[in-house]
Design a protein around this ligand. Sequence first.
Ligand code: MGD
Ligand code: MGD
Ligand code: SF4
Ligand code: MO
Length: 711
Amino acid sequence: MTEMLLKYFRNQQKQVQSEKLYDTQCPYCSMQCKMQFVEQTIVTRKKYMTIGKDNPTSQGRLCIKGMNAHQHALHHERIKYPLLKVNGEFTRISWEEALNHIKENFTKIQSEDGMNALSVYGSASITNEEAYLLGKFARVALKTKYIDYNGRLCMSAAASAASQTFGMDRGLTNSLSEIPSVQCIILAGTNIAECQPTIMPYFEKAKENGAFIIAIDPRETATTKIADLHLKVKPGKDAALANGLLKVIIDENYVDETFVQERAKGFTEVKEHVSSFTLEEISEWTGVPVADIRKAATMFGKKETGMIFTARGVEQQTDGSIAVRNFLNILIATGKLGKWGCGYGAITGQSNGQGAREHGQKADQLPGYRSIENEEHRAYIASVWGIDQDEIPRKGVSAYEMMEKIHDGEITGMFLMCSNPIVSNPNANFVKKALNKLKFLVVVDMFISETARLADLILPTSSYLEDEGTMTNVEGRVTLREASWPTPGEVKHDWQIICEIARVLGKGEYFSFSSAEEVFNELRVASRGGIADYYGITYERLRKEGGLLWPCPTLNHKGTDRLFEQSFAHSDGLASMVTVPNRPEVPKEQLSEEFPLYLTTGRVMSHYLTGVQTRKSSSLSARNFESYMEIHPNTARKYDIQDQSLVKIESKQGSIIVRSKWSETIRPDTVFVPFHWADSQNVNCLVSEKLDPTCRMPGFKVSAVKIAPVV
Ligand SMILES: Nc1nc2c(c(=O)[nH]1)N[C@H]1C(S)=C(S)[C@@H](COP(=O)(O)OP(=O)(O)OC[C@H]3O[C@@H](n4cnc5c(=O)[nH]c(N)nc54)[C@H](O)[C@@H]3O)O[C@H]1N2
Ligand SMILES: Nc1nc2c(c(=O)[nH]1)N[C@H]1C(S)=C(S)[C@@H](COP(=O)(O)OP(=O)(O)OC[C@H]3O[C@@H](n4cnc5c(=O)[nH]c(N)nc54)[C@H](O)[C@@H]3O)O[C@H]1N2
Ligand code: SF4
Ligand SMILES: [Mo]
């Protein structure tokens, strides 16, 4: 009898409980961890969770952000209909009304202020298909030269350094699978433990295998804890520190003479340059003891295999691109490129930080990493797009410079997709003022972000759970993000929105796509023969093979795991070394009596970028619900600042108020504030407008500030 009852209940349970699985990829960082969104129905109750799924990059792992990503996607504040600002209030309108409104305002601006008065601001958190389409939209549908994207604030220094040194920019020159066997690793200005947590096992394995790990960071972080040697550099002095390392490598003869002779140019000049300064000078300028510089260089020089990784600590500087080039000089001098266990990694930031920098959203770029100023490249892309070569506008300006052009009245309209620039741009108060001056601002977002609040029209877009497309991850591996969760309300995908606006502007014939895959098939052709060649990659292959590393020029090409084995991508096949001054040509913010402390900015594990998504997630915001300032207790006492008390931080640009957090492990001359919070906690109100002269990267990582307790 009991057994019969049990059987009965089990059957009942089966009927009322169901579980549906949706394949997807994490919307946050460049690891692009594959995962499954799980919807359980228990009686009438729904329960949701996210679990990891095996793949070559993250191997099934997830971090806390990935596990809770669905919380923002399912959040009740998702916008579900187009919203028009009427008398200062957002009012629901239909898509038809929204599209007509765009047509009317765009056409008016074009006739009143000229074609280049419209601008496009894109993102590296959208798919390759969408990034490609946005570039095409600016050039073909709007005919404007003004397009740039948030990746300018992220990957531009590393991208420009790799392009100049190697002739090609793929974040990692080797696949992650080589890391466990690398014998010496330099982690410069990267906090992988908090920012790409699922990459850590590769480095932990290397350590188990005896690797010597060197970290360069002004703070102790979860990442520097795995290092054997931590160089606690003064913020902004990485270029000089790399010169110190190079000097030891050259003076102590760790140079791979054959490699510098046969595979590179510029070594003689670099050798001469390093003889013009002493290690003591470098030590004083960078704050790193001579013995530590010597130890790091010796270890890197003498080990047979070695890799250097940089991230935003080194790159988000007004000399970021040349600082990275100096780390690449070290790799070339020691011959640690193009072979097993030897290479460079610029740890990519956003989910599609790699792919979105290859297919034409950048001010000076056409798809396939082509140049908009190169006649051959223009001719090829014009042929793919079916337009005349002369119709493609010339290059525009970088993201922040577009804000300046708005301020000057040259740009009067903006179409902004997937970014929150009034929180993420430097000189945030100025950027807010600029966006407020626009005649017409359209923002495409999932939420009413701080920037969307300023918009005239907000268009509701789909989340990662709903929007299918390809993303190119930290390795340069193109992956297919499946998405089958239904879109809420009247939400549309970013690529659909672009196509529909093009249609009402009379350019529908160039944007007649009915799926992301169709867009990808055009992207494949547009990238064909370019540096970032995706031609051989198809949705079918991605489904079957689980991701392919570009370049992949033909349908039977297996993708490229390791770059530069035989030659570099410059036309002469050589890597290009450069001499880097210890003191940058454009001086950085200097400490003064009035502003006696360095401010550096960055991230915490539980939040993502400007926090619009992660602040919506209860599990994530419970971990850090407000901003803070990390400060050394000795410094705090000097300025009368208690632990956990409110402190005012002020620079020449502005001021903010956050809570103090004492930490014995940060440099005493430096404070750190994360940038995930807005309004009165927006740290970018303090960051200056100065840009790297080469790549136009802002100097997010060094400001001069003063601090005072809030009474
Ligand atoms: N949890 C989380 N993960 C993320 C993101 C996020 O917002 N949150 N964002 C993603 C994106 S878009 C990006 S770009 C990456 C960023 O990834 P990272 O670049 O690793 O992150 P950051 O915290 O900006 O900076 C890294 C480290 O640089 C150090 N640093 C500051 N100034 C200097 C300096 O002058 N020299 C050196 N050598 N180091 C310095 C900081 O103390 C910090 O520990 O992370 C991605 N992953
Ligand atoms: N002080 C300081 N400032 C920094 C940095 C720093 O280290 N320090 N780092 C810089 C870096 S590396 C980066 S990458 C930038 C990033 O800064 P932002 O470009 O501002 O990035 P997010 O905060 O991710 O803003 C993305 C917005 O798009 C929305 N969104 C998310 N997914 C989608 C989508 O699929 N489609 C659409 N249409 N919208 C979507 C989100 O809700 C959010 O409002 O910040 C930079 N700013
Ligand atoms: S945030 Fe990055 S490491 Fe974490 S789950 Fe998402 S993709 Fe993976
Ligand atoms: Mo980034």
